[in-house]
Design a protein. Structure first.
Length: 176
């Protein structure tokens, strides 16, 4: 996803970009595909730096962490980063702690590739364990049946017998 800074006439500027989902590679467990990507940015310019704040929105295909069924989800995540040349960044890098994300443009074209910023933002928005719904019942640990779609005749384990002594101790202290 390329941002053409030379095409912006005045600042502050609002820019809306739509990305090609086929060009974004997400190597993250649980993400099965991307269907739409949109980036909305407010851009301020100071000297040779462009300060960008905005939101990245995508429609993604995910795998549920409990039942392993695929589902579509619309995700949003806020982002902020600075666009500048690598030489400017290198010249200023020794001036204290800097926790900002940077995107570098090359040469006089002022083209910034936002692909990595978009990829990171989508991965952070998905989270570690995507769920098809908050009340997803998952898979039966014995037979593997999707408990959202059908019930099974498996008997739930009562627990590990090695913990019985602790359970008795808990009951003796009147905390059942």
């Amino acid at each position: 996803m390329i941002l053409e800074l030379r095409e912006i006439d005045s600042f502050p500027a609002h820019v809306f970009l739509e990305g090609n989902p086929e060009k974004l590679v997400l190597d993250y467990n649980g993400i099965r595909g991307i269907k739409e990507i949109a980036v909305s940015l407010e851009i301020q310019k100071t000297d040779e730096e462009y300060f960008c704040q905005g939101e990245i929105e995508a429609r993604v295909r995910l795998e549920c962490a409990r039942c392993l069924r695929e589902f579509d989800s619309r995700i949003k995540n806020k982002t902020n980063f600075i666009i500048c040349s690598e030489s400017l960044h290198a010249a200023r890098s020794g001036q204290g702690i800097d926790n900002e994300d940077y995107v570098f443009f090359q040469g006089p074209d002022l083209q910034a590739d936002l692909t990595d910023i978009v990829r990171q933002s989508i991965i952070l928005a998905v989270g570690m364990k995507p769920l098809c719904s908050e009340d997803c019942r998952g898979l039966c640990p014995n037979c593997g049946v999707n408990l959202n779609e059908q019930t099974c005749s498996c008997i739930a384990e009562k627990g590990d017998p090695r913990w019985e002594s602790l359970k008795k101790l808990h009951m003796v202290n009147g905390q059942e």
